[in-house]
Design a protein around this ligand. Structure first.
Ligand code: FAD
Ligand code: NAD
Length: 461
């Protein structure tokens, strides 16, 4: 194979890499993108999209199965789910999205090469393709190789010990599912599996599940998990599994044995930096992650890194935003990472959405704040959706009402994430949101009311 040259080479076609390549193509940059597995990366194939499909299916099944208990007046008998068909439906969505991304890359005139890339030096990559090694020389290289599940020494993956990838393709529901790690993935998949009918136990190392969020916001999630019969063991870690029994030890040294047909390990994700020849480049690392500056430049000129491989927050929309920015920098535009916030959503039941600073973070930064919280129990739309638990909370500067952070928990509340991000990115004050007409009846009225509450004159409480 003859060697190839390009201005930009992107390694990895996940949300970071494919967005970078598409934007670069739009800007007329001669771009090659290399992908070892499937276009779309973790997010489209084994992450965001498959998990949200499973969550939707589980919600539908649970709601139909339990409608008799609801006061609405709907009844249904013999509600069944064919998990094989659910997975086939999920796979179709994934294929549609993967094909869509491949089409967008093509339309942007970027060249897609299938194979595993490895640095030979800071400007040269060798790709192991099905047809043999392909050498590519590039003026700029973007590392967007993403992340993989962390494996525990006591519970190596294989057999009944699975990662999220296998959990999102199970065609038979485990009767007893143990989940080690009560973070984003454990809580999202655990809720879905419990709604499908599995007996779920979550084993969490720290004192609470979802330790990134404050206790008040996690409370409605815990209440629903309790209703679903999910057992939560905090301050605990897994010691090993023998004959379908998971052994747990808590911080006081007490042991417990849990029956488990499958053990899902979700204790975080590690960057995919091995085997790509980074050692030879001697890049400055940030722990296990690739160190970057405000332009996503690594310590080697012309080598950029974006997405999960650069660390937390490991979120698809952050990877995409970095990818878009790097393409523009390579095109010569004056860009740098000056985002005011990266929103996060946890698709539990109810959902959690956060953007910007929490009250605790603002106080520890020495900022004097005021807060406003509006309960969804006082929101008409929430009542009509039978989703009354939760609230919207705003954190603002006490001196000038600048909104610093927004947090909410509630059914369907993830859709407020855009309003939250726009408010913070555009420097909105409590008065701006309070004076903006919010359509009635919508959950977004909760945002307006939280701001009015912080100003001391909420209307509906
Ligand atoms: P990835 O998506 O991991 O893509 C990296 C790509 O690089 C892969 O396709 C890989 O095959 C390829 N690659 C690696 N090494 C090489 C090599 N040497 N040569 C060529 N190609 C290579 N985030 C959200 O924002 N919202 C969610 O709801 C959400 N849900 C999630 C649910 C689950 C179960 C999981 C696991 C993750 C979820 N995430 C979610 C996180 C999200 O998937 C990641 O943040 C996102 O995919 C990171 O994008 P990336 O481009 O950095 O890497
Ligand atoms: P996580 O960091 O969210 O949670 C890991 C959990 O495991 C933590 O609560 C941690 O205390 C616990 N833990 C660590 N070691 C343990 C041990 N030995 N025993 C028991 N518990 C242990 O990680 P994750 O759930 O694997 O998700 C990985 C990343 O994927 C997240 O950082 C997130 O950015 C991304 N993600 C995002 C979404 C979303 O945006 N909705 C959904 C899924 C995943």
């Amino acid at each position: 194979m003859s060697d190839l040259d390009c201005k930009l080479l992107v390694i990895g076609a996940g949300p970071g890499g494919y967005v970078c390549a598409i934007r670069a193509g739009q800007l007329g940059i001669d771009t090659i993108i290399v992908e070892a597995a499937k276009v779309g990366g973790t997010c489209l194939n084994v992450g965001c999209i498959p998990s949200k499909a499973l969550i939707h299916a589980a919600n539908e099944f649970y709601d139909f199965s339990h409608c008799a208990a609801s006061p609405i007046g709907i009844s249904a008998s013999e509600v069944k789910i064919d998990l094989g068909q659910t997975i086939a439906w999920k796979d179709k969505i994934v294929t549609r999205l993967d094909n869509g991304v491949a089409g967008l890359l093509k339309r942007a005139k970027t060249r897609l090469i299938s194979g595993t890339a490895r640095f030979l030096d800071g400007k040269t990559i060798e790709v192991a393709t099905d047809d043999g090694p392909q050498i590519i020389r590039a003026e700029n290289i973007v590392v967007a190789t993403g992340s993989a599940p962390v494996e525990l020494a006591e519970l190596p993956f294989g057999g009944d010990v699975i990662s999220s990838t296998e959990a999102l393709s199970l065609t038979e529901l485990p009767e007893n599912l143990a989940i080690v790690g009560g973070g984003y993935i454990g809580m999202e998949i655990g809720t879905a599996m419990a709604k499908l009918g599995a007996k779920v136990t979550i084993v969490e190392l720290q004192g609470s599940v979802l330790p990134l969020y404050d206790a008040e916001i996690v409370k409605p999630v815990l209440k629903n998990l309790n209703k679903l019969g999910v057992e939560i063991l905090v301050n605990s870690s897994a010691m090993g599994v023998h004959d379908g029994v998971l052994e747990i030890k808590n911080s006081t040294g007490k042991s417990q044995r849990i029956k488990a047909d499958k053990i899902l390990v979700t204790v975080g994700r590690r960057p995919r930096t091995g085997k790509i020849g980074l050692d030879e480049l001697s890049l400055t690392m940030d722990g296990a992650f690739i160190g970057i500056d405000e332009k996503c430049q690594t310590s080697m000129r012309g080598v950029f890194a974006i997405g999960d491989v650069t660390g937390e927050p490991m979120l698809a929309h952050r990877a995409m935003a970095q990818g878009e920015m790097v393409a523009e920098i390579i095109a010569g535009k004056p860009r740098l990472w000056n985002k005011m916030c990266v929103p996060s959503v946890c698709f539990t039941d109810p959902e959690i959405v956060e953007c910007g600073m929490s009250a605790v973070a603002a106080k520890s930064a020495g900022i004097e704040i005021k807060t406003g919280q509006f309960p969804l129990a006082a929101n008409g739309r929430a009542m009509t959706m039978e989703q009354e638990s939760g609230f919207v909370r705003v954190v603002a500067r006490a001196d000038n009402n600048l909104i610093l952070g927004l947090q909410a928990v509630g059914g369907g509340i993830s859709e407020l994430s855009a309003a939250f991000s726009i408010a913070i990115e555009m420097g909105a004050r409590l008065d701006d949101i309070g004076a903006t007409i919010h359509a009635h009846p919508t959950l977004s009225e909760g945002l307006q009311e939280a701001c009015l509450k912080a100003l001391g004159h909420a209307i509906h409480i």
